[in-house]
Design a protein around this ligand. Structure first.
Ligand code: FAD
Length: 477
């Protein structure tokens, strides 16, 4: 009788407690992946692209070890239980999903349904560093502020990652399942994913490679350089963490090992681990607040007078707002399925504060276009920027997109790359081309309003309007 390993957001063989547990006896293993778009939020386009590549890589890695990967579509209560029953499985193992406290009920029901059929099961923590139960405030609640959360977390030590199990055998019988290509996770006509395919290789092997590249040098510049999008010193591990091709424990212990051996200074490593800490923070927030993607964390914002503005939303989505660094970010996102963190903050602030568009519209767009679109980090990031989140940026701190561009892309390398129609403009005007003298525009072959849009809104007017809306919300609450 086989063991079933149900893969979810943990598309890897190493540091996979469910797989290790399944391999701990001689029972043959069947791997299962369920595409559940009925009981879970359907993935966006870019994340579906990533999933296709990641499943293909997983299938290959499992096949090398003789283990079949069965694909089925639909909720676990139906398909997992059906497969386990029809194979007369001994046991089913899975890893809890990050932010999974809200899913604890589903896990419990599955364990019950399997038990009723005489099938054992067990689930494990694998996709976060710390269990939310180990991290509570003195009153037993989830943390709402990052700094004390992370201080408490750093007193704990994450378990050591597990190696790939050495001895594993696969189930050799026939099992019906779907064919990956039939899920059409990747676009064909039109194939808009060319830039994404150029930028990324999904799968466990490439995730480990990216970690090694990062620890080889970029990490040394991380603390100083991480806010500068042209410098490319961040790890780019986000889609791999999202789909569990690499575990946070593997990252944590690799960084600690590099620190102990003196390969990287403490400060660089700690700054990076603190960002991993934000991921943990967002996941414990989601666990405590399952409606994070739809409901304002701070309910005062239920009274915020958001504007309906389809035209402005479309211009933001297309990267045609007339603010160069905003447009650069939105175009990077569209072309590669990823955007640098600093620019995510600038573009999100522009949508919610300059255009007064509800953060949920931005969250949805990012959900559809990011390869790392994450159920915890994405809504938490949006709510943080919009001012309605836990430990959020104060609403009245409104990013000035010109100053942000000048500060974080001072030479304009990032902006010129993604907004090539401004490539020839002198850096004095690059982040505010509307102030450039006619001659400067002419020699850079720019006609505002034609070759590059005029600004959608005036910064100081938009800032005043946003602050007035905030006051209106305060009066209405
Ligand atoms: P690094 O700087 O190398 O950081 C390492 C890892 O730490 C990241 O891969 C990520 O898992 C985690 N991390 C880093 N910064 C944050 C953060 N601010 N919040 C939570 N986790 C963090 N991140 C996502 O993974 N998915 C999302 O859908 C997502 N949406 C966002 C939306 C907005 C509006 C904002 C402001 C941020 C969002 N982030 C999201 C967080 C952050 O921008 C990305 O994690 C980061 O840019 C990924 O690049 P990296 O892997 O090179 O990061």
């Amino acid at each position: 009788r086989p063991h079933i390993v149900w893969f979810r957001d943990d598309l890897r063989l190493s540091d996979n407690p469910a797989l290790t547990r399944a391999a701990s006896s001689e029972a043959p293993i069947v791997a299962l992946y369920l595409l559940d778009e009925e009981t879970r939020r359907p993935l966006g386009g870019a994340a579906r692209w990533w999933l296709a590549g990641s499943l293909r890589a997983l299938e290959k890695d499992l096949r090398k070890r003789g283990i079949p990967l069965v694909l089925r579509r639909g909720p676990a209560m139906e398909h997992l239980v059906d497969l386990a029953t029809s194979l007369k499985a001994q046991a089913v193992f899975w890893n809890r999903r990050a932010g999974a406290d809200s899913e604890a009920d589903e896990d419990k029901s599955l364990v019950g349904a399997l038990k009723n059929r005489g099938i054992d099961s067990a689930h494990f923590q694998a996709n976060v560093l710390f269990s939310t139960n180990d991290l509570r405030t003195n009153s037993g609640a989830a943390y709402r502020v990052f700094t004390p959360f992370w201080r408490a977390a750093c007193r704990l030590s994450p378990e050591r990652p597990l190696p790939i199990p050495k001895a594993m055998s696969g189930w050799e019988g026939e099992i019906s399942g779907d064919i990956l290509d039939a899920w059409c996770l990747r676009p064909t006509a039109p194939d808009w994913a060319g830039g994404i395919a150029e930028a990324w290789t999904p799968g466990e092997e490439d995730a480990q490679r990216r970690l090694q590249v990062f620890l080889g040098h970029p990490v040394l510049d991380y603390a100083e350089g991480r806010d500068f999008p042209a410098e490319a010193v961040t790890s780019r591990l986000s889609p791999s963490l999202r789909f569990g091709e690499i575990s946070p424990r593997q990252i944590w212990h690799s960084v600690k090992a590099a620190q102990s051996s003196g390969d990287i200074p403490d400060r660089a490593g700690e700054k990076f681990l603190a960002e991993l800490g934000w991921r943990e923070f967002c996941h414990q927030l989601l666990a405590a607040h399952p409606a994070l993607a739809v409901r304002n964390f701070n309910s005062d914002f239920d009274h915020f007078p958001w504007a309906e503005n389809e035209v402005a939303l479309a211009r933001w989505q297309e990267g045609r707002t007339g603010y160069p660094v905003v447009d650069a970010g939105m175009r990077e996102l569209w072309a590669t399925g990823w955007m640098h963190n600093r620019v995510r903050m600038i573009t999100a602030s522009f949508l919610t504060k300059h255009l007064l568009i509800d953060w949920r519209a931005g969250e949805k767009w990012f959900w559809d276009t990011l390869v790392d679109a994450d159920p915890a980090n994405n809504p938490a990031g949006w709510q943080w920027v919009a001012g309605c989140g836990a430990d959020a940026a104060p609403y009245f701190r409104i990013f000035n997109p010109v100053l942000q561009g000048e500060k974080f892309d001072p030479d304009g390398a990032y902006t010129r790359h993604w907004v090539p129609e401004l490539a020839l403009l002198d850096k004095r005007w690059l982040h505010h081309p509307w102030d450039a003298p006619e001659a400067a525009l002419k020699s850079a072959k720019i006609t505002l309003g034609q070759t590059y849009p005029s600004p959608l809104v005036d910064h100081s007017k938009a800032r005043k309007r946003a602050l007035a809306s905030y006051e209106e919300m305060k009066r209405a609450r």
